[in-house]
Ligand binder design. Structure first.
Ligand code: NDP
Length: 452
């Protein structure tokens, strides 16, 4: 039997790679991990974590007004980006330290270096050192892309937003996905004048129409200058900012332009194709249900496979890989009924099929209610929430749940358990309401508002 330096070599120290390395090491495997940048990957360093902390920061402006409506004598403060940013980066450093410590405690050898695949059982580090490994796991994630247009590099991406020396007074955000919509709300809340261009008819394509409609309506209500069916035509550096001409002919100068126009898997220059790993049209590593590539010794998980670009999914793919390869228990990754949240303001939580997708599949009943929640109604804010269930007429199963509400992310995590278990509408109804809450509507909607 061949003698390898490592049983497993992981390339990429993000959520998926780190989890797989630790869990594999716990089985007694000898594990090495290479990371070229900072431990923690997109989620910890320039994604979910700093984004969520910015969401929290951005929500205070409304809270000051609400506090006054509830009888508190408070003044509107001003937001100090530099103070917040310092604290934010200290927190990310702390988290990075924890990741390193966890790997060290698990006896995973860390290589602070870029690594490429130089053989079916071999990786090469930037300094030329090579290591042999029985298995290689590629978990190199993805990166934001700028659109293919002249002067696109005058714009920034979500990578740079956390590093800006000062907040822009006026920003254009291009895109209508998770990242564009979340940052439009965050920056609006922090007092930045936000314009958002989305080329299509409605932001958050693919999500339930009614839910994304309410999110976009509320975003506009809260001050985001959302322009649908609009894109950037030309860009130039002008007047100390970026001059933009858009597809409807209007022109404007912004302090910053941020492109949130999608992400691509990090496969460039990894040497994958040279050893026989198939890389798809979107630069993604092609894998089977067990995350195995065309080369039996090489696996890939997380965003680099372009399956579902979410941290908890990458972690689960990493765990399933270890079950399969190191615990002798072949485990397919389950990509069904993944709950997720979009941290717009208002937040959206969603699991399962949209009304539109479900109606294509089978006859459905729609239970939905939209109302002004108690807390903000008392403060005279016009906010509305939406609670919606998409129910199979035949099996009675809840096929989809869509919530637009404060804390929708927290709610959908719990609703997701019931739906993953295959709960029927009648089982939802059999659950006693928690009163007075927003989420009690999920178990008190008696009549369908329509069938589809
Ligand atoms: P998305 O793919 O969600 O959105 C990209 C957006 O950019 C779409 O609206 C797309 O329009 C638009 N677009 C693409 N190309 C162009 C172009 N050339 N010109 C103008 N617009 C363009 O990507 P994101 O970058 O927002 O997010 C990537 C992934 O990261 C998400 O899919 C999600 O899985 C994950 N994520 C999850 C979060 C969460 O869980 N809360 C938060 C952030 C990211 P169109 O719709 O017309 O294609």
């Amino acid at each position: 039997m061949a003698d390898f330096d490592y049983d497993l070599f992981v390339i990429g120290g993000g959520s998926g790679g780190v989890r797989a390395a630790r869990v594999a090491a716990a089985t007694g495997a000898k594990v090495g991990l290479a990371e070229e940048f900072r431990m923690g990957g997109t989620c910890v360093i320039r994604g979910c974590v700093p984004k969520k902390l910015m969401v929290f920061a951005s929500e205070y402006q409304e809270m000051f007004a609400d506090a006054r409506a509830y009888g508190w004598d408070v003044q509107d403060g001003t937001f100090e980006w530099s103070g917040f940013q310092k604290k934010l980066h200290a927190e990310l450093e702390r988290l990075e330290g924890i990741y390193r410590k966890l790997l060290g405690n698990s006896d995973v050898t860390i290589h602070d270096s870029r690594a490429t695949v130089s053989g079916t059982h071999e990786v090469t580090l930037a300094d030329g050192k090579t290591y042999s490994a029985k298995h290689i796991l590629v978990a190199t994630g993805g990166r934001p892309v700028l659109p293919d247009m002249k002067n696109a590099d005058l714009g920034i991406t979500s990578n740079e937003i956390f590093l800006l020396p000062e907040l822009p007074k006026k920003i254009l955000i291009v895109g209508g996905g998770y990242i564009a919509s979340e940052f439009a709300c965050i920056l609006n809340g922090l007092g930045v004048e936000v314009t958002q261009f989305y080329r299509g008819a409605q932001i958050l394509r693919g999500f339930d129409d009614e839910a994304r409609g309410l999110v976009s309506e509320m975003m506009i209500e809260k001050g985001v200058g959302l322009h649908l069916g609009t894109n950037v035509l030309e860009m130039e550096k002008r007047d100390g900012g970026v001059w933009v001409k858009c597809t409807n002919g209007s022109e404007n100068v912004f302090d910053q332009v941020m492109f949130a126009t999608g992400r691509v898997p990090n496969t460039d220059g990894l040497g994958l194709e040279d050893v026989g790993v198939e890389v798809g049209r979107k630069s993604e590593i092609v894998v089977d249900d067990y995350s195995q590539t065309k080369v039996p010794s090489i696996y890939a998980i997380g965003d680099v496979t372009n399956r579902v670009q979410l941290t908890p999914v990458a972690i689960r793919e990493g765990m399933a890989f270890v079950e399969t390869v190191f615990k002798g228990n072949p485990t397919k990754v389950d990509h069904e009924l993944i709950p997720s949240a979009i941290f717009t303001q208002p937040e959206m939580g969603t699991v399962g099929l949209s009304e539109e997708a479900a109606a294509e599949q089978e006859p459905v009943e729609i239970y939905a209610t939209s109302f002004r929640p108690m807390q903000s109604a008392f403060a005279d804010r016009p906010d509305r929430v939406l609670m919606k269930l998409v129910v199979s007429k035949e099996s009675r199963k809840v096929l989809g749940c869509h919530i637009v509400s404060p804390h929708a992310g927290e709610m959908i995590q719990l609703a997701g358990i019931a739906i993953k278990m295959g709960a029927t509408k009648e089982q939802f109804d059999a659950t006693c309401a928690v009163h007075p809450t927003i989420s009690e509507e999920l178990v008190t909607m008696k009549e369908p508002v329509r069938t589809a």
